[in-house]
Design a protein around this ligand. Sequence first.
Ligand SMILES: Nc1ncnc2c1ncn2[C@@H]1O[C@H](COP(=O)(O)OP(=O)(O)OP(=O)(O)O)[C@@H](O)[C@H]1O
Length: 679
Amino acid sequence: MKNISVISNVSNQKRQLETTFDGNSQKRLHVDGDSDFFGLPHKVKHLFKKHKGITQLYDWQIECLNLDAIKRRKNLIYALPTSGGKTLVAEILMLKELIVYERNVIFILPYVALVQEKVQSLCPFGLNLEFNVEEYVGGKGKHPPLHRKRKSSIYICTLERGAGLVDCMLADNGQLGGRSVGMIVVDELHLLGEQKRGALLEATLTKVLDSKQSKHNIQIIGMSATIGNMQEIGDFLNAHVYTRDFRPVKLTETIKLNEQIFVINKDIDGSLKSKLDRKLDFDAYSTDMKLLDPSGIGLLVREILPDGSCLIFCPTKSSCQSIAKIIYKTIGREETKVKLKQKEELYKALKEEGDGKVCPLLSRSILFGVAYHNSGLTNAERKLIEEAFLDGILKCICCTSTLAAGVNLPAQRVIITSPYVGRDFMKQSTYRQMVGRAGRAGLTESGDSVLLFQENDKEKIKVLLESGVEHVDSCLGTEESVVYSMILSSVSTGCTSSQQQLVDLMKRTLFIQQAEKRNVECTVASDLVESCLDKLKSINAFDKPIEDKLKLTSIAKAAVAANLDILEAQKLYTELLEASSALILTNKLHLLYLAVPYTECIALERQNVLDIMTNLQGDQQALANRLGLNELCISQFFSYGKVKLMLLSEAEALEELAESLRADLNQSMSKNKENSLWF
Ligand SMILES: Nc1ncnc2c1ncn2[C@@H]1O[C@H](COP(=O)(O)OP(=O)(O)OP(=O)(O)O)[C@@H](O)[C@H]1O
C-alpha cells in the first residue's frame, strides 16, 4: 500500500518544525492540521492519539527525530530518564522504515513480557497501515521466518530470538522473509554490559556492523535510560549519540530509615543532600499491626490512598507475596468498598485462567486492591493484574525488580522495600529504573519514591544515590560460548571464511575496543581468535579447510541453525544418540529431561540434591542410573558447575524456601533509631 504522496517532504516539515520548536524549553508541539507526520501518513498521528492518547510530541522527541544523523540514516543511540518517551521516537522511525521504505524491522527487547506488550501495542498500527507484526519469543515465531512478500514485517523479539533472526538475515543476504531488513532497534541498550545476554547482544550487533560495512545498509537504533559511557558505546556502534535529561513528571526521591523519611537532592557539585520530610505515624497502627509491619510499608501505602497507586518492589520472588499480605492486612477496610464489581470480574478472570483456581492470597488481597506480581504467576495472570492496575481497580502491586525494566506500569508512588535484589546490593541502573516508574505522564503532575534501608547499609546507600550513571563494560571476554557461537555463525552465514576475517570481526567488538583503550595487554584479537579456533577444531566444529577457507562440520552447522551453543549441541547429540538406543518410557522423566533446555540449569544445595535423589521412586531411580545421576556425578556437579536436572519443580520449591528464609532474616534485623544520616 505504498502511497508516494505520503513520503516526506522533509524541507517543508523541517520549516514547519523550526518555526514551532523553541530551543531548550520543553514546550510541546501540536501535531495537528494536515502537515506530514515525520514523513508518515496523517493517519499515523491519529493512530497515536487513538491507541496511545498522544496528541503532542515532547520537544526532545521532535529534536531527535529531526537530527541530521537520522536524515542521513546514520546509526543512533539515545538516552533519557525512564518514562522520558523514548519508545515513541523508535516507533516513528520503525513505522517510517516499514511503510515508507517498505523494509523489514527487527525490534529487540530484553524480556518476554515487554515483547508481548509491544506486539499488542503495535498490532493496531500493523492492521491500519498494512504491515505484519511478528512475535518472536520462546517457541513462537518460525525460524527462519516465513516468506511474506506482500507486506513488510516488524519482528518483535527477545535478545535470544533476535540473535537467531540476525543470523537468518545475514545468511539470506540481508533479508528476512524475502524482504530486506532496513533497521534494527534495541531497547534497554545498557544490557550490553550484562553477563551472557549482554555478550550475545554484543556479538549480534558486531555481526550486523561488520556486514553493514561490506554490503547491507541496516540502520541501528539503540535506546536506554542509563549508560554512563554513551560516547564509547556510540563509537562501537558507529552511531550518533543523543542524550537529554527530560522527565515529563516531577520525581521526588525519598529514603526511609526507621520511621523517618528524608527527601534527597543532589547539589551542583554532585554531593548528596537530605532533609527530614516527615515521620511515619506508627500510632495509627494497633499493636498487632506494628508487629506485622514493623517497617510501616502499609502506612506508606495509606498515605497515597484512596486516589493514588503504588508499586512496591521487593527483594525476592517470595517476599512479593509476604509483603502483599502485610499490605492488605494493614491498609484498612475502606478499600474493600471500592470498585467491587470490577474486582469480582478480575477474580473471575483469574479463576478462568487458573482452571478454576485462584491463589488464596490473591483472592483475598484483590478485594483490598492489592496484588503480587512475580514469575510464580502465568503470563496471562500477570497481564490481568497489570491491566487492573492501569484501570485503577488494583491500587498496589508487590513485584520484583524485573517489573521495573519490564512493562510500562507507572504509579504515583514507588516503594523499594530493601536496597537488595536477591542477595546482591542494588545496582544504580536498577534503582533508577524502579524510581523511574513513579509518576504517570498525562495523569499526575508528580510522583515520588521511598527507598527503605537499614542502618548498616547507610554508606552503601550513599554511594548508590551519589554515584553517576554506571558504565557499560563488555562481558564478551568472559563468555567463551558466545564467542564460539559468534565465530561459527559468522562462518556459517558466509560473512567470514578466513582466520584473518575473523580477527577483523573480533576487532569490531566492544570487548576488543575497550581492551585496547584500557591497554589490557593480554587481550589481542588475533590471539583470541586463534585460541577459539583451536578449541573449536578440537571439538570437531570444523572440517578440513579447503584452500584455507574455514568449513563447518554438520553438527556445527546444525548448532548454528538451531541457535544452540556448540558445546550444548554436542552434549544434546550424544544424549539423543544414547536415548535412541534406550529411551525409558515408563514415566515422562526421560522425555522431559531431553526437552529441558540446558539454560534452565539452576543453582542447588548439595544436600537438597542428595535428598531428592534418595526420594526417587523405582522407575525414576532406574532413569537416574541410566543417565549416570549418582553420588559421584553430584559431587562433580558441585565441584565443576551445573548439570541439567530433571526435577525442576522440587528444586524451585527449595530455592523459594531458602529465599523466604533470607527475606525473613533481613526483615527481623532490628535497628537503632537515629536522627541524623551520613549528611
Ligand atoms: N509526547 C508524549 N506525550 C504524552 N505521553 C507520551 C509522549 N511520549 C510518550 N508518552 C507516554 O509516556 C509513557 C512513557 O513513555 P515510554 O515508555 O516511551 O518511556 P521510555 O523513555 O521508553 O521509558 P523506559 O525507560 O521505561 O522504557 C508512555 O505511556 C507513553 O505513551
